[in-house]
Design a protein around this ligand. Structure first.
Ligand SMILES: Cc1ncc(COP(=O)(O)O)c(C=O)c1O
Length: 419
């Protein structure tokens, strides 16, 4: 079946908002997508019918347990985990990273080194800086080019040595949209025995994650960026999760993944993440053209392919439209031939204007976009826009339309004419 964006939008009641008689365009997706109705339905079902403690002998508990177990299996398939028990859930990527960095931190000592990047969201920077302060670690920084918006991985080689214990890196940037070569970063880091901790929050809505191919050690992402609820998941290599210190109560299980799951499982969120994974797989089934009995991983691959074609088409149209003005600076890859190296998250500045002015102008016209640094303190600093308020960020996803993108471009034109 040909891709049908209107059919897709039927599953997103949040997109039906109106302003001044005009449909609102939701384009703040890099901050969090709208939630699919099928996800809400699954969460409601969990809250109504599966609301009991896990591990009991009675029906409600058994059903709750099997729904939560199924969500773990789906999440393992989502990231292509090698072993059962390698994925667990948590409130947010930030929370999981503070927790996991604390566990990893127990293995680090004064004089050890960690590598952070100038491209990362603060959630993959600040937790490590705090561990570095606590443990007396040396922090080394991997820079990116403000011209190509990419790392030069020979720089990483210069930073690594036998004292390097952790490399924390984003899979895709929430500011520039760059997709990084995590497999190569992991290969270089592993040569010196360092762990590789990957923030896949911005990549997860746009591409199929494969932790085995990336060969990293930990990877985190958040379901509210891929049409699910405000909840996150982390994958870690079994050997690390089994041996790392888990900060847990004594009564809790030592088994994986439970030794890292603190407190009563938030089953409605967990099953919501499962439903979001099923939603993407469903796109693959409906529009991907594969065999109808394809397994979940194959349907996910097809679903991501369907989304990628649409996302990239919209990002290309947006970038082309914005390029027309020499007062607009796009802080990311603009060459179509290099679109495999970026997601559809587009940040730009209008020379001499505060990004809030642009975002407000757009909001008045029913275009929902964000302005600011988006917690990308390091990349905004590196791009030279932190002091001037950051950028304007527009992030189309598979439910956005060509008309919405054209409205964004038109409103930037109008803003420029009026200012
Ligand atoms: C790249 C990136 N990393 C981390 C985060 C933080 O995710 P969470 O809100 O789940 O903590 C975000 C949120 O915008 C992000 O874009």
């Amino acid at each position: 079946m040909n891709y049908d964006v209107n059919l897709v939008r039927e599953n997103f009641p949040g997109l039906k908002r109106m302003k001044g008689g005009q449909a609102v365009a939701f384009l703040d997706n890099p901050a969090g997508t709208q939630i699919a109705k099928s996800v809400v339905d699954r969460m409601t079902d969990t809250m109504v019918h599966k609301n009991a403690n896990l591990g009991g002998f009675f029906g409600t508990s058994l059903e709750a347990r099997s729904a939560v177990d199924a969500a773990h299996r789906a999440a393992e398939i989502f990231v292509n985990a090698r072993h059962e028990g390698e994925v667990f859930f948590g409130q947010s990527m930030t929370n999981l990273t503070f927790a996991m960095s604390r566990s990893i931190g127990t293995t680090l000592k004064e004089g050890d080194e960690i590598v952070l990047t100038r491209m990362d969201h603060d959630a993959n920077v600040a937790p490590w800086l705090m561990i570095a302060e606590d443990r007396g670690l040396k922090v080394r920084w991997l820079d990116f080019s403000p011209d190509t918006f990419e790392f030069n991985l020979s720089d990483l080689n210069q930073l690594l040595n036998e004292r390097t214990k952790v490399v924390a890196v984003n899979y895709a940037s929430n500011v520039t949209g760059t997709i990084n070569n995590v497999a190569e970063i992991a290969r270089l880091a592993h040569k010196v025995g360092a762990l590789v901790y990957v923030d896949a929050v911005q990549f997860a809505p746009h591409g199929l994650i494969d932790v085995q191919a990336l060969d990293c050690d930990f990877l985190v992402c958040s379901a509210y960026k891929f049409f699910g609820p405000h909840y996150a998941l982390i994958w870690g290599r079994k050997e690390h999760l089994k041996t790392l210190r888990a900060y847990k109560v004594r009564a809790a299980s030592e088994d994986l993944p439970w030794r890292f799951t603190n407190g009563t499982t938030n089953r409605e969120e967990v099953t919501g993440v499962h439903a979001a994974i099923d939603y993407i797989a469903g796109l693959g089934k409906v529009f991907g053209g594969g065999p109808s009995n394809a397994n979940l991983r194959a349907r996910l691959a097809a679903g991501f392919e369907v989304m990628k074609v649409h996302d990239n088409m919209l990002a290309g149209r947006l970038i082309e439209g914005l390029k027309h003005s020499n007062r607009v600076r796009i802080h990311g890859i603009t060459d179509h031939k290099k679109f495999d190296n970026r997601v559809s998250t587009v940040t730009f500045s209008v020379d001499g204007k505060h990004p809030d002015e642009v975002a407000k102008f757009m909001a008045d016209r029913g275009l929902q976009v964000w302005s600011g640094h988006n917690y990308g303190l390091e990349p905004n600093q590196r791009l030279g826009i932190l002091e001037s308020g950051g950028g304007v960020r527009v992030g189309p996803v598979h439910y956005n339309t060509v008309e919405e993108i054209d409205r964004v471009v038109d409103s930037v034109d109008q803003f420029l004419r009026a200012n």
